[in-house]
Design a protein around this ligand. Structure first.
Ligand code: SAM
Length: 223
């Protein structure tokens, strides 16, 4: 077994063991919480080039049909797998990479500097508030939804961070995916749709080209 496979197994075991970030006051059902400290190590998994085969980042970004000056908020940006790609694809736009884990925020800020991505801002979010500095055309959460505690409140609050016509995209692991968090932590797309509806959003698009994940796009529902 090579070093990277061993590291992957260790991180998955730690993740399953639920390295505690402490339960939030109001938890949504199926909230999966553990530490994302040690960004350098997580980067070996999140930014593993093999991920591209199933994550299809280029296709995801193409499907989002972004304006060249779009403001994008990548919530739970981690090591910047998507933030860096968004920043390259919309050089006239701005990307806010939001994470609650200080080490991830530091890592993304350093990555943006290293890669000359001046349009990325790394933001320290709170578990219940993305703390976005401006309203966004697109808010995206990739493999993050199941980590958010009290999602009903979080999602309602997030509506205030969308520009008129702004969209919220959610990508997360399907139950049958060979990759991803433990099955007990996964949230079905039907459940996501129900929770989003309850928080005042309407589903406007659903893409089926990702082999392991669902890809749903919402907008605030018209009253
Ligand atoms: C599985 S990683 C996904 C990283 C990245 N989106 C990707 O696709 O590579 C989940 C990330 O969400 C972050 N996170 C967890 N809860 C969060 C919250 N309430 N707000 C913002 N980020 C959160 C974690 O710290 C972690 O970096």
């Amino acid at each position: 077994m090579n070093r990277s496979s061993l590291l992957k197994i260790v991180l998955i075991l730690l993740s399953c063991a639920g390295l505690s970030a402490g339960p939030a006051a109001a938890q949504s059902p199926q909230t999966h919480q553990h530490s994302f400290g040690g960004a350098e190590q997580w980067a070996q998994i999140f930014d593993d080039p093999k991920r591209d085969a199933w994550q299809k980042p280029h296709e995801v970004i193409q499907a989002l049909a972004l304006k060249p000056d779009a403001v994008i908020a990548d919530i739970g940006s981690g090591t910047g797998y998507f933030s860096a790609r968004f920043a390259n694809m919309v050089p006239k736009g701005r990307v806010y990479g939001v994470d609650t884990e200080p080490d991830m925020v530091k890592y993304l800020a350093e990555r943006a500097k290293r890669e000359g991505l001046k349009n990325i801002t790394a933001v320290t979010g709170a578990p219940g508030d993305a703390r976005l500095p401006e309203k966004a055309d697109l808010i995206i959460m990739v493999d993050v939804f199941h980590h958010i505690a009290d999602r009903a409140r979080y999602l309602k609050k997030l509506q205030g961070s969308l520009k008129p016509g702004g969209r919220l995209a959610i990508i997360d692991f399907r139950m049958d995916s060979p990759d991803g968090p433990p099955k007990s932590a996964r949230i079905t797309p039907d459940r996501v749709k129900t929770e989003l509806k309850g928080a005042g959003y309407a589903l406007i698009q659903e893409h089926a080209f990702l082999p392991n994940q669902y890809f749903l796009i919402f907008q605030p529902a018209k009253l």
